[in-house]
Write a protein that binds this ligand. Structure first.
Ligand code: AMP
Length: 189
């Protein structure tokens, strides 16, 4: 089994690269951001609960996202592996994922961190905002998402660095170039 976390700030290209990675390595792919947006679109109980937080660029609670992942891991345990995008986003989520994986006798093979300078990220997200229809792709909310990232998500990198399975990947360049860099790292795992 191959279990990978694609890590990186908002706008780093995690969603785009995941589409190629899940096909190449036949992985069950889960983006907590996508799942939450589906819940909001369907106006489920969770969707209604998280909408104001997401629209304002705040993270939603650890318990909600970990539970969403737990269900999906359970349902796909017999597959080739998992690719997580946008999860874990806090040290607590990383700890809860470790506990969950230990319970299923699974392990994380590697954490790939896409590195892109912040000014480029903001440019990309504003561009995406023209067509994404996302309430959080506007300049004020983007700034707040970076504050959340710096305060709560960046420490997750140190968490995985300590365990030695963090790999930093240059996320600047053509989609195919970045994809090749990611694959080169995965193929060593
Ligand atoms: P994304 O599509 O990954 O940029 O996520 C969009 C929004 O969903 C984030 O700004 C958060 O409000 C929420 N979100 C997505 N994943 C998580 C997570 N793992 N933990 C907490 N909030 C999340």
């Amino acid at each position: 089994m191959l279990n990978i976390i694609l890590f990186g700030p908002p706008g780093a290209g995690k969603g785009t690269q995941s589409q190629y990675l899940k096909d190449k390595y036949h992985l069950a792919y889960f983006s907590t951001g996508d799942i939450l947006r589906e819940e909001m679109a369907a106006k489920t109980e969770i969707g209604l609960k998280v909408k104001a937080l997401i629209d304002a660029g705040n993270l939603v609670s650890d318990d909600i996202v970990v539970e969403m992942i737990r269900q999906r891991v359970k349902e796909n345990i017999k597959g080739n592996g998992f690719l997580f995008d946008g999860f874990p986003r806090t040290v607590r989520q990383a700890e809860m994922l470790d506990e969950m994986f230990a319970g299923f006798s699974l392990k994380i093979n590697g954490v790939l961190s896409l590195e892109v300078p912040q000014d480029m990220l903001i440019e990309r997200m504003l561009e995406r905002g023209k067509t994404s229809g996302r309430a959080d792709d506007n300049i004020d909310t983007i700034r707040h998402r970076f504050e959340e990232y710096d305060a709560k998500t960046k420490p997750v990198m140190n968490y995985y660095e300590t365990f030695g399975n963090l790999h930093k990947i240059n996320g600047v360049g053509k989609i195919e170039e970045v994809f090749d860099r990611l694959c080169a790292e995965i193929d060593k795992m």
